[in-house]
Design a protein around this ligand. Structure first.
Ligand code: NI
Length: 203
């Protein structure tokens, strides 16, 4: 269970943190200052960056993973890829549990087998308030490194399989809306343009 005391420091998005957390953090048994990171929103071109492999899993990678988890929980997400917080490293965090106490941290995740197909309604923290059906593989085999530098190969199906495919796409600069028909993408773009106009008028 994450116990966090929130200190608002009035920092702006320009330095990438909106909040600094002082946390007694038990997931990894370490006490470090935690930060909620800014999540990039479509059509930010930085979402198209391709993340590079993590070569050494040191304290910096642990800190990134922790901050990604805190960010994901604060946004009520079930998965987050480093690309979404403008970090070009192959790191994904996922937590599908109701209690939000079963974090999965995947370093250098890679899908090694895809089987079957399944259509599920997806959403994304980088595309707020938009959900649509995407067809993906139903069963996957995948490997990743843990924060303890162990290489794990395992299987997933259902929501976890969908989530892993969605997050690995992010690391390759791909979004779930890329799978939609041109007509649906056009409609979404219109909706976002309209929202931007409303926001500009508010400023
Ligand atoms: Ni996403």
């Amino acid at each position: 269970m994450l116990v966090a005391t929130l200190f608002y420091r009035g920092l702006t998005a320009t330095n990438n943190f909106s909040y600094i957390l002082s946390v007694s953090y038990n997931h990894l048994g370490v006490n470090i200052a935690m930060a909620i990171l800014e999540v990039l929103h479509f059509p930010d071109p930085r979402l198209r960056n391709k993340a590079i492999l993590v070569e050494e899993i040191g304290p910096d990678i642990k800190e990134i993973a922790e901050n990604m988890l805190v960010t994901m929980y604060s946004e009520n997400g079930i998965g987050l890829a480093a690309t979404q917080v403008n970090i070009q490293k192959r790191i994904v965090v996922i937590d599908l549990s109701e209690e939000k106490n079963e974090p999965l941290i995947l370093i250098n995740p890679e899908i090694t087998k895809l089987e079957g197909s399944e259509s599920m309604r997806e959403g994304c923290l980088s595309v707020p308030d938009y959900y649509d059906i995407v067809e993906r593989a139903e069963n996957i085999e995948y490997c990743h490194k843990t924060l303890e530098n162990k290489l794990v190969t395992t299987n997933a199906d259902g929501l976890l399989a969908v989530c892993i495919q969605h997050e690995i796409d992010h690391l390759d600069g791909k979004l779930f809306i890329d799978y939609l028909s041109p007509l649906k993408r056009q409609r979404l773009k219109k909706k976002i343009d309209k929202q931007e106009k409303v926001q500009q008028n508010l400023l």
